[in-house]
Design a protein around this ligand. Structure first.
Ligand SMILES: NC(=O)C1=CN([C@@H]2O[C@H](COP(=O)(O)OP(=O)(O)OC[C@H]3O[C@@H](n4cnc5c(N)ncnc54)[C@H](O)[C@@H]3O)[C@@H](O)[C@H]2O)C=CC1
Ligand SMILES: Nc1nc(O)c(N)c(N[C@@H]2O[C@H](COP(=O)(O)O)[C@@H](O)[C@H]2O)n1
Length: 214
């Protein structure tokens, strides 16, 4: 692992059939117990990272609320920099450090988010270069980061072999649907070769939490 790159944990809740949301984008899969576990994870990292669709669909806060602790820095991947200013992550950016990552081709008007308290990082020509981004985040003192989806964002991290640990909660739902988002989207691997080692299994009431390491 490069010295300056943060340790990357990928975290999500999946249905029994491997989906992270219904075909209509509903993703409230975790139990309260699991959310407490997840907020403990958030407080243990320096940053939490998600993709544009997750921000738009979930309108999340990405804070530590179910337990006491420090909020991580929020990192949003949005190559075009075209988020709605009404989103919670934008509206609370003066209080909670929020970084919007855009590509070098993003229009100049992304700077409009700066007055809202958002820090902008330009990284990668058309797509965001994740490897380069992690180096930049490492140089800012970010040592541990949790990637919280969605499926497309997860793919970019797996594709570049940048996932050090996976924490997956298997929840007791079957969602189905060929258009429902899976844990990992993108084009996918052609071979069965990208394996992880099982480190721990936790049993919550009706869920299991799987911990894998690279
Ligand atoms: N159950 C769970 O634990 C979770 C469920 N979700 C669900 O996942 C769904 C969204 O997932 P997806 O549609 O796969 O989208 P996503 O949230 O991964 O966002 C994808 C978008 O992010 C941007 N992006 C990500 N990586 C990029 C890169 N390297 N370069 C440039 N742009 C990049 C692009 O705009 C891309 O289209 C939502 O329904 C959400 O509710 C999301 C997170 C966790
Ligand atoms: N671990 C986990 N379990 C679920 O059931 C989820 N839906 C998610 N989603 C992630 O958490 C974000 C919501 O965060 P806030 O509650 O708004 O702080 C959501 O956007 C996903 O990244 N994760």
């Amino acid at each position: 692992m490069e010295k300056s790159r943060p340790y990357v944990i990928l975290s999500a809740a999946i249905s029994i059939d491997g989906k992270i949301a219904t075909r209509t984008g509903r993703s409230n899969l975790s139990s309260k117990k699991d959310l407490v576990r997840m907020h403990n994870l958030r407080k243990s990292v320096d940053a939490v990272l998600i993709g544009k669709n997750t921000v738009n669909i979930d309108n999340p806060l990405l804070t530590v609320r179910y337990v006491k602790g420090k909020n991580p820095i929020r990192v949003i991947l949005n190559s075009k920099g075209n988020l709605s200013p009404k989103l919670k992550v934008i509206n609370t950016a003066k209080k909670i450090h929020t970084i919007l990552v855009v590509s070098e081709n993003a229009p100049k008007n992304v700077e409009r988010f700066v007055v809202k308290g958002v820090e902008i990082i330009r990284c990668g020509k058309k797509k965001i270069n994740i490897k380069k981004l992690l180096k930049i985040l490492g140089e800012k003192g970010i040592k541990r980061i949790v990637v919280e989806g969605g499926g497309t964002t997860n793919w970019y991290f797996f594709k570049e072999k940048l996932v050090d640990e996976i924490i997956i909660t298997v929840t007791p739902y079957v969602l189905g649907g060929s258009t429902a988002i899976s844990l990992v989207e993108g084009i996918g691997f052609g071979n069965v070769s990208n394996s992880f080692k099982l480190k721990k299994i936790e049993k919550l009431q009706n869920e299991i939490v799987l911990h894998y390491v690279s």
